[in-house]
Design a protein around this ligand. Structure first.
Ligand code: ADE
Length: 413
């Protein structure tokens, strides 16, 4: 087994984190039990590019336990936890990643994760899929398919699919009901506040929080920040989402209008240069800038650097850009995903759902011959994962009586 990580000696600390996460991931545990004897991933070679923290490790070890040979790279230099990587290596997963790796190392590690000639890809952000399609095309014939975790990755896959270049089937885990309704909304909502609080020790109540993007993630963050006493200003490009934000009690404004008023700016658009020079020029002294979009392009760091006379490391995870007029703009987690760079990612119980979907998607790809294209998670899997979560919580569902079933099918009163 090959690997390249910071320190194998950190495994005991990683194993403790795994044990903690595992006890709150009942659905993943149930699926492991269900498939253990069958070994549905036997003979599969899985390459994954994921945020290498404890919950992800539980998924990777489960994939391995169900028969696959698993190699993983980190999907963000700051989300990789070195002790978790060590525990993974000890558990038999090949890992290429370290916290704080450079961009060159990041791509070198992703390339190493692909060098095992995968039959299945598990991606978060679509970097492995993009890499295979651009400069590792020799791997295409061996790839049965894969799955994608996040909105930004699905956006890339959709663009590949629409232009006819996606050469194998990819399942969009992100678009399953049991994913986006919970992970994107409540997961991001809580974990972004977690990252903000851990790095700054600041009060949220009474602050004006500017939320850029009112997709599922933006909705979750706005909801949680408001519940802690913040005033919310939402910026949007989409008219329906803008109006929905208004109906939810938020103020809606342009970034130009919000820039001089906000205390905390959070970007969750999936787009690029959302806060930039003309906004930084108007912001107040002491504002916090955090990003929760997958790529670190939403807060324009080159503009921040160009405008500043000096940069200071204020606290762990906080860089302060000092403007010529003395204003201090604080950038969290280098403008990378604040919930993963400055905290541990989404809550465990939420990732239990998302990673149960990832596991089921890998098994679906292994068992079914699928044509190239972008697929939804099959409806029955989506419902079964949700049902298993409710079962694990001891929550029962109403069952329709035969009369009710008949009534629902009929168009006659
Ligand atoms: N933990 C592992 N993967 C994650 C993701 N995509 N978002 C948030 N937390 C995570």
């Amino acid at each position: 087994m090959n690997y390249k990580i910071a320190d194998r000696g950190l495994a005991p600390s990683g194993n403790k984190k795994l044990a903690w996460a595992r006890q709150y991931m009942p659905v993943l545990g149930l699926l492991r039990e269900k498939y253990m004897a069958e070994q549905p991933l036997k003979g599969e070679v899985i390459s994954a590019c994921l945020h290498l923290e404890a919950k992800t490790a539980c998924l990777l070890l489960t994939l391995k336990d169900l028969g696959a040979s698993v190699t993983a790279a980190g999907s963000n230099p700051l989300s990789t936890q070195d002790d978790v990587c060590a525990a993974l290596v000890e558990g038999g997963v090949s890992v290429y990643s370290r916290n704080g790796m450079s961009t060159d190392e990041y791509f070198e590690n992703a390339r190493s994760a692909l060098s095992v000639k995968p039959s299945i890809i598990v991606d978060d952000g679509a970097d492995l899929v993009a890499m295979v399609h651009s400069d590792m095309r020799e791997l295409l014939p061996g790839i049965k398919g894969g799955s994608e975790e996040t909105t930004s990755g699905v956006k890339r896959l959709r663009s590949m699919n629409n232009s006819g270049v996606l050469a194998f089937p990819m399942i969009s885990v992100n678009d399953a009901h049991s994913k986006y309704l919970f992970d994107n909304r409540y997961g991001t909502g809580q974990s972004v506040m977690d990252g903000l609080l851990r790095t700054t020790n600041m009060l949220i109540a009474g602050k004006t929080v500017v939320v850029a993007g009112y997709g599922w993630c933006g909705r979750g963050v706005a909801m949680r920040a408001a519940s802690m006493g913040a005033r919310i200003i939402v910026t949007e490009t989409d008219p329906h989402r803008a109006f929905e934000a208004m109906m939810d009690g938020c103020e809606v404004a342009t970034m130009d209008e919000a820039a001089p008023r906000g205390d905390i700016f959070l970007t969750l658009t999936g787009n690029t240069r959302v806060t930039r020079r003309e906004h930084f020029e108007k912001m107040k002294d002491g504002v916090l800038l955090g990003n929760a979009g997958h790529f670190d392009v939403e807060i324009c760091k080159p503009d921040l650097k160009a405008l500043s006379v000096s940069v200071e490391a204020a606290r762990p995870g906080v860089e302060t850009f000092i403007m010529a007029d003395g204003r201090r703009l604080h950038l969290l987690g280098e403008g990378r995903l604040v919930n993963l760079a400055c905290a541990d990612g989404h809550p465990i119980e939420i990732m239990d759902l998302s990673f149960a979907l990832q596991l089921e998607s890998a098994i679906h790809v292994a068992k079914n011959k699928m044509a190239p294209g972008l697929y939804d998670v099959p409806e029955e899997i989506d419902r079964a994962v949700m049902k298993a979560k409710l079962d694990s919580l001891g929550i029962g569902l109403e069952k329709m009586t035969p009369e009710q079933e008949e009534y629902m099918k009929s168009w006659v009163e």
